[in-house]
Design a protein around this ligand. Structure first.
Ligand code: GZL
Length: 317
């Protein structure tokens, strides 16, 4: 097929797909609004659906899996064309996804994965969560340059794929460096409030002078922990090094202020690739890859975090 023909073919392919999207009704089962990143994902998903003329049925689960399962059953009953799910935890999805499959409604996972047969979903649009944790660990290895460092860890929501994978990845990143040791590790449930409370308990249990670094599975918990570190009379980013994940505007703001040291970017736009895959599948049966991977980029004080903060705060955040 010549380049021109290919171009024409792709133009023809895009034409009806775009037109098809205008008649699509998609159900979106969102976890909640536990973090700045989650809220941005919701905003961007609604924007992406609007851009495509898709009728998006939105359901906020308030962090509860049973609410997500109820929402998916409601979408099935409504006969939607497709379903987006950000699964709060990794297990317990088989039955409801079987029901969606029986109704021949394709399901796409956003930002988190599940322990279920991959035939139960069309594709998963996520970052490489293990890689994110490994990058965080490797950054701390380089930062400490052989010096001893007692680390405390704020884990994400218990049983969620980011909490499992980011923990494993970080441990891989620091493996073989005996000078780095995780001395406390507990869930802060991805929220600022819990991040602060748990960091206060770490400081009380260990003594602030005995904590060298904090690894938080997301920026919101790190921002909460920064408050606790300040209230303990210590300098976040100096007395206690801080590395986290998401790269939300407030993380760039904290790095610019010297109160945080590094963050790894997670795009809030998982819906763009997800809706494209759904459109192509529904219009022509095109099967996407089972995993559509989004990028992860490390930001440190070497970057212009003030400029990035100003740019990002208008991008759905
Ligand atoms: C990770 C995503 C996480 C974010 C948090 O893919 O599921 O959930 O890192 C959010 O901010 O709570």
């Amino acid at each position: 097929m010549t380049f021109k023909t290919t171009l024409l073919a792709s133009a023809i392919a895009i034409g009806p797909v775009a037109a098809f999207a205008a008649d699509m009704t998609i159900g979106f089962s969102q976890i909640g609004s536990e973090s700045g990143w989650r809220a941005a994902e919701t905003t961007v998903t609604k924007q992406e659906a609007e851009k495509r003329g898709i009728d998006l049925k939105f359901a906020d689960a308030q962090q509860k899996q049973e609410n997500q399962i109820k929402a998916i059953r409601s979408f099935i009953a409504q006969g939607v064309d497709g379903i987006l799910v950000a699964p709060v935890v990794a297990t317990g999805w088989d039955e409801v996804l079987e029901e969606a499959a029986d109704a021949e409604i394709p399901v796409v996972l956003l930002d988190r994965t599940i322990d279920a047969d991959e035939s139960l979903y069309l594709t998963a649009v996520t970052s490489d969560l293990v890689h994110e944790g490994r990058v965080a660990g490797e950054w701390l290895v380089n930062e400490m340059n052989g010096a001893d460092c007692r680390i405390v860890e704020l884990q994400g929501t218990t049983g969620s794929s980011p909490a499992i994978d980011r923990k494993n990845g970080f441990e891989q990143g620091i493996a073989g460096h005996g000078n780095l040791e995780i001395v406390r590790s507990q869930t802060g449930d991805f929220t600022r409030a819990q991040g602060k409370v748990v960091m206060e308990s770490f400081l009380k249990a260990e003594g602030g002078e005995n904590i060298c670094a904090l690894y938080a599975h997301n920026d919101d918990m790190a921002v909460g922990a920064i408050q606790a570190i300040k209230e303990a009379g210590l300098k976040p980013g100096e007395d206690i090094k801080i590395v986290a994940i998401d790269a939300v505007p407030d993380a760039h703001k904290a790095i610019a202020a010297g109160e945080m040291n590094a963050t790894i970017e997670l795009t809030p736009n998982m819906a763009g690739p997800a809706l494209d895959a759904l459109e192509a599948y529904l219009a022509s049966g095109a099967m996407p890859a089972k995993w559509i991977q989004t990028e992860s980029k490390l930001f440190t004080s070497a970057d212009d975090n003030e400029a990035i903060f100003n740019m990002k705060k208008d991008l759905g955040y």
